[in-house]
Write a protein of this length. Structure first.
Length: 649
């Protein structure tokens, strides 16, 4: 017996006896929450969505079948508004699995905007239907069709055709429909393979396969009723489907290839990327591996990766789709959830908000006007370097900040009580966080003044004001790993800061103590960042924030020690700053319209400073050096270092 010819015969008879169906009520339990409302076609009674019958099938790994992706049907012989319904379903790809003779007998009727592909599964047959089904009993028909299903696994021609079909489906840029003549055998096997690939439960696959009997019942009953009683049983069997047919094919997959995955790769010639594209098209995973344990930025990153399943990145030949499907199989996101959201942007914003306060701390000893003569001017230049590391915590990457810069300016003492200052400066900043890096180049202007009620060099109260205006040039780069290219972006911005202080200078015989309190306000504005270079490039929103803080310092300076023409003045500084707004800075970005919010690793409102400094003076020249510990909470620790010189004239 020629198996291919037998299969062709059953399909041709189904085509010749095709009539308009009667809507058949389905008795399917609603176990899933996603309802399907696939329309019935007047001219194609076996038309349906492979995602499910009344509800979408669930899949392995907590997935659910997407509706409106792949449809199955019998020959496209539309009646009434069938074509317009297909257009509304966005069906743009049609794959015809029939032989040339079948197509000649019943050609498809399609809309002009539909792409048509002919993939012959069983080989061109020029002979007519000669097999007398009336001479076969039901068991013989079942045996014949079981062998037909096995041939889909063993026959090279059939396997080549199914492989070509699945590749076309993978590349379809709209909903796709595949069909044969009756839409039950070649079409049914295709649907079963796709559903198996998607991870649908075997019982659901079988139920979907058997749904042909319900969808086509009206036509079958009408056809069989016209036949002699002796032929009715065999013809009803060949026009229907039986569970044993599909199980024969599935068992053959196990026997020949071991697994469906091996059948797809070795038998049909699909590569892993194509398998993942098909699965990405068909399945939406409700949760990703490990998501229930993620917190903070990691949870936000995982949510982003999950939500991107609803974008053009999913179900396509993209790095994202391959990564996600691979992560599903491996049971881990491989750390991408910690990098994808761009925490480094929040870290950089937090860093820039804190820099003006550090700058004011550095400038204060240079700009008081103490030790100067009335009418005298001092030119000063200061180099600075600081480093801060914030430890990682659950759901947040660690962060490292580095600053190097120079500032120079003038301080002029008008009289015994008043001095003013002005300067220009440049800072280079570098913020790193788990493969992400932001570098900043900042230029700024500083202006300020001091007023002491009893004299700048005398014990008593004093007040001080200092303002800074800066421009920020900003570049970013993120190494995402997991097969994704690195991203790059840039923007610019500005900051404005002001500090008002009040203190009291206490002068003793061997030392002076200078406690002070005040308020620091910094306003930071950064433009949008449009990353490039990767599918997961972020579009970062503008950043605008005002950060106020309370500041308290205590300076202790000992009387100078003299050595020849040199004098050396040692001292110590203690400082505390309390950020009054939320110390955890957040930044918002998006990919393909899917938003993600990330928070900075630095999150403590309490900042502590302690350090020592030494000033060496000879004549009009003086040189200073200082080193400070800088910490915040229990997780952020760093050091500041400064070196400078002053010339009075």
């Amino acid at each position: 017996m020629n198996i291919k010819f037998s299969f062709l015969s059953s399909s041709c008879i189904a085509s010749l006896l095709f009539i308009t169906p009667l809507l058949y009520p389905m008795d399917v339990a609603t176990a899933q929450t996603v309802q399907l409302n696939t329309p019935r076609m007047q001219g194609m009674d076996n038309f349906r969505d492979i995602a499910g019958i009344d509800t979408a099938y669930t899949t392995a790994h907590n997935g659910i079948m997407r509706s409106g992706v792949f449809y199955r049907s019998n020959a496209i012989t539309p009646i009434g508004n069938d074509l317009s319904v297909m257009e509304k379903l966005n069906i743009g790809t049609i794959i015809d699995l029939r032989t040339n003779s079948e197509i000649t007998a019943t050609p498809d009727t399609l809309s002009p905007n539909m792409s048509y592909y002919h993939v012959d599964i069983i080989g061109n047959q020029n002979s007519v239907v000669t097999l007398n089904y009336g001479s076969l009993n039901k068991d013989q028909v079942n045996s014949m069709m079981q062998q037909t299903e096995r041939s889909f696994v063993t026959d090279p021609y059939a396997r080549s055709g199914f492989g070509d079909e699945l590749k076309i489906l993978a590349n379809a840029d709209s909903a796709a429909l595949f069909h044969c003549t009756a839409g039950k055998d070649r079409t049914g096997w295709t649907a079963a393979v796709l559903q198996s690939l998607a991870g649908v439960d075997k019982q659901d696959i079988i139920s979907n396969y058997l749904a042909t009997n319900a969808y086509t019942a009206s036509r079958i009953n009408a056809t069989v009723a016209k036949l002699p009683v002796s032929m009715q049983d065999s013809y009803r069997t060949i026009m229907s489907v039986d569970q044993s047919w599909l199980e024969a094919g599935l068992d053959q997959v196990t026997k020949t290839y071991g697994t469906m995955d091996n059948y797809l790769k070795q038998g049909l010639g699909l590569d892993q990327a194509t398998i993942y594209v098909l699965r990405g098209k068909m399945v939406r995973y409700l949760t990703l591996p490990g998501k229930e344990n993620f917190k903070g930025n990691a949870a936000s990153g995982a949510n982003l990766l999950n939500a991107l399943q609803g974008t053009a990145l999913s179900g396509a030949y993209t790095n994202y789709n391959y990564y996600l499907q691979s992560a599903i199989d491996q049971g881990t996101l491989n750390g991408l959830e910690m990098r994808v959201g761009g925490q480094v942007y929040a870290d950089a914003a937090s860093y820039l908000l804190r820099q003006p306060s550090k700058m004011n701390d550095m400038l204060m000893p240079l700009t008081t006007g103490r030790g100067m003569k009335n009418g005298e001017t001092a030119f000063w230049m200061q180099g600075l370097s600081n480093y801060l590391s914030t430890d990682s915590r659950n759901g947040f990457n660690s962060s490292n900040e580095y600053t190097g810069g120079t500032v120079f300016g003038l301080t002029h003492r008008f009289n015994q009580k008043l001095s003013v200052n002005g300067g220009l400066g440049y800072n280079y900043g570098n913020v790193n966080s788990n493969g992400g890096r932001v570098t900043t180049n900042s230029g700024f202007v500083t202006l300020g003044g001091n007023y002491a009620f009893k004299g700048l060099d005398n014990s008593g109260a004093w007040i001080r004001a200092q303002a800074n205006i800066g421009y920020v040039n900003y570049q970013s780069e993120r190494q995402l790993g997991n097969g994704f290219s690195s991203t790059k972006g840039n923007t610019s911005g500005a900051y404005y800061s002001g500090r008002a202080m009040a203190g009291w200078l206490f002068k003793a015989n061997a030392f002076t103590i200078d406690p002070s309190v005040g308020i620091q306000v910094t306003s930071l504005h950064l433009g949008r960042v449009r990353e490039k270079g990767s599918e997961l490039a972020l579009n970062m929103s503008r950043f605008d924030k005002i950060q106020p803080s309370l500041v308290a310092n205590v300076d202790l300076n000992f009387n100078p020690l003299h050595s020849g023409q040199w004098s050396f003045t040692p001292g110590m500084t203690l400082g505390y700053e309390r950020i009054l707004s939320n110390a955890s800075v957040n930044q918002y970005g998006s990919i393909y319209g899917v938003g993600v919010k990330q928070y900075s690793a630095f999150n403590s409102p309490n900042i502590y400073k302690a350090g020592a400094h030494l000033t060496a003076q000879r004549g009009q020249w003086s040189f200073n050096i200082s080193a400070d510990y800088y910490g915040a909470g229990l997780n952020s620790h760093g050091v500041n270092g400064m070196l400078g010189t002053t010339l009075n004239f």
